[in-house]
Design a protein. Structure first.
Length: 319
């Protein structure tokens, strides 16, 4: 997908409002991508592979100084430094999108330090996942801004070309045409339409009961995780069920559960917590494994198990 042709502001390059959530403007050829580590410090070699991928696509770069810092507990700088770097990128008119260098731990620590009103005034596409799930959900619920659940830059260089292309396609996507992502298996048949929400299972569980937890009612929820024993996966889905989340969603998408044990057993335990009639599919190419396709949080999604893929798009008046 080629970057769109830049238009005048009055012609529609500003954010596309759809109810309570906006689709930030797409990237244009030669635009600048800001790189930040809102949680853990980045491995220089892995990050450089991701930065080179950005350069090869013709985009300019601004890399926050803190991405290589390493504080106790592995943070890429103090909470104030990381939050300040993020706010600076939102307020910087020369930065047109923001890409997370890596995950780790630390995004939730930034919430009290972020100014949602200022962020909402400068909507930009933000890409990341894992611990970045928390930041993407914050941007969606507190700032009314759709975000991209997709590869972090330390992961980008080792992904197959189709996933690298998909990540950049999502950054230039204008919202007019539907996007697709496939799955491997249907666990529970059905059809659902709803707002696309989700990300890392552990991070979503950590948000439950906090002022930052989003409302999942009617959503199509997607989940992935890494390095969690089967009993921990069971415990987290039990938590989601007892919190009422699983009975509120209209559909469930399961991505990669990397190094989490036997997938068949995991799926069996997950289904035990779900009401009948909610469509569930597994094996979507997203997460910490060998694949990580982007999904736009806040987009309108259609899950029909009679087909082979999820459709997500942007509709005015939806979200």
């Amino acid at each position: 997908m080629s970057p769109p042709v830049k238009k005048n502001t009055e012609d529609g390059t500003g954010p596309v409002f759809t109810g309570s959530c906006i689709l930030p403007p797409p990237l244009f050829s030669g635009d600048c991508i800001g790189v930040i580590a809102p949680a853990g410090a980045a491995d220089p070699e892995a990050l450089e592979a991701g930065l080179e991928e950005i350069r090869s696509r013709g985009y300019a770069l601004k890399v926050a100084d803190q991405v290589y810092m390493k504080e106790p507990l592995g943070f890429a700088g103090s909470d104030l430094i990381r939050a300040g770097a993020l706010m600076d990128f939102f307020e910087d008119p020369d930065v047109h999108a923001i890409w997370m260098a890596r995950g780790g731990y630390g995004c939730t620590r930034l919430f009290p330090l972020l100014n949602a009103e200022i962020i909402a005034a400068f909507p930009k596409r933000v890409m990341g996942f894992s611990d970045g799930t928390a930041l993407l959900l914050f941007l969606m619920e507190q700032c009314g801004m759709a975000g991209l659940h997709g590869p972090v830059l330390t992961q980008l260089g080792r992904l197959p070309s189709m996933d690298r292309d998909a990540a950049f396609d999502a950054l230039v996507w204008e919202g007019g045409q539907p996007m697709f992502v496939g799955w491997k298996k249907v666990l529970q048949p059905g059809r659902a339409v709803g707002r696309l929400m989700g990300g890392n299972l552990s991070m979503i569980c950590h948000l439950l009961g906090t002022p930052w937890c989003p409302d999942f009612t009617g959503s199509i929820l997607f989940l992935e995780d890494v390095n969690e024993a089967p009993y921990r996966i069971d415990r987290m889905f039990c938590h989601l069920a007892m919190a009422g989340v699983l009975k509120e969603v209209s559909g469930l998408l399961l991505g990669d559960f990397t190094h989490c044990g036997n997938e068949a057993q995991i799926y069996e335990r997950i289904l035990a917590f779900l009401p009948e009639g909610i469509p569930v599919v597994c094996g979507l190419p997203l997460g910490h494994g060998d694949r990580n396709q982007p999904l736009m949080l806040g987009a309108r999604a259609c899950l029909d198990t009679g087909t082979a893929h999820l459709i997500w798009e942007w509709h005015h008046g939806f979200s």
